[in-house]
Ligand binder design. Structure first.
Ligand code: SF4
Ligand code: SF4
Length: 273
């Protein structure tokens, strides 16, 4: 899941300075599991912002909505009808959610309410740890499912550096040496022979470096429309153009009245509430 944290209230107040009416938009997926941008957090933040504005003698009305997935255009489409009445949207989605909102609604100022940290997992109550940097060329096959790129500060690919002590990393003694863990479990997984093979230099061309990585398109999922425009935004715009009116835009799922209950059940299932 994507792990994020709410920006400090002062930063949000600064961003919203001069705005009178704002829509805070939460996301019911990853950021609700890390308690940053789900329905409860969005509601709480809306109230906190209004209270802070009142204390400062400013006028600010903050409404809130939570969509199930802010990074998918079809899920945010129902917001469109009301957006005109707001001076800005405060997105409590991850950076992808913010950008999906900004691209879908280019006439509305979309502001980020969260700092997006990494792809990770909850390891104990209140703690989330990074597990993947999306290198685009996964090596977990020969490391027993543990990622040395994310979890070894030296990003070593052929075994430990030799500096670990008591199974802890020499760079950061608060974290386990992931190579100790990989070796420690290799016998169980029958991975010893594979680990003794020297891995060639990793192909970093698929990783983050310099420019945007493009979506990997799967042929079985990719269905270009007739005129060759394929993104959801482009398809929606093309449909509206063709039918001569915004009412003909891509069909959106209706607002989900059970989003809150489902979010609660999801968190409960994960043992987080
Ligand atoms: S090897 Fe790459 S894709 Fe696989 S978990 Fe590590 S960072 Fe993620
Ligand atoms: S001690 Fe282990 S995790 Fe830390 S840098 Fe060395 S090999 Fe990597």
């Amino acid at each position: 899941m994507i792990v994020a944290e709410q920006k400090p209230l002062e930063d949000l107040q600064r961003m919203l300075k001069g705005k009178k009416k704002v829509l805070a938009v939460g996301c019911g997926t990853c950021v609700s599991v890390c308690f940053a941008g789900g329905q409860k957090e969005t509601r709480g933040l809306a109230a906190a912002l209004q209270t802070a504005a009142a204390v400062d003698g400013e006028e600010l009305e903050v409404h809130e909505r939570t969509v199930q997935r802010q990074c998918v255009q079809e899920f945010i489409a129902p917001l469109e009808d009301d957006l005109e009445e707001y001076d800005a949207v405060l997105s409590l989605g991850c950076g992808v959610g913010v950008q999906t909102m900004a691209e879908r609604f280019p006439k509305t100022r979309t502001l980020p309410g969260l700092d997006t940290n990494f792809m990770g997992q909850p390891t104990e109550p209140g703690v989330w740890e990074e597990r993947c940097v999306g290198c685009g060329n996964c090596v977990l096959e020969y490391t027993g499912g543990l990622c040395p790129i994310t979890r070894c500060p030296k990003q070593l690919m052929n075994g430990p550096c030799g500096g670990s002590e008591g199974g802890m990393c020499e760079v950061d003694t608060s974290i386990p040496c992931i190579w100790s863990k990989i070796w420690g479990n290799s016998e169980n997984l029958n991975l010893m022979d594979m680990l003794m093979e020297v891995q060639p230099p990793k192909d970093w061309s698929t990783s983050r470096g310099g420019a945007m990585r493009r979506t990997v398109v799967r042929d079985d999922l990719h269905q270009p429309n007739a005129d060759g425009r394929t993104t959801t935004t482009e398809v929606a715009a093309a449909k509206a153009d063709a039918a001569d009116g915004p009412e003909a835009e891509v069909e959106a799922p209706p607002a989900d009245p059970n989003a809150g209950a489902r979010e609660d059940a999801f968190l409960k299932e994960l043992g987080l509430s």
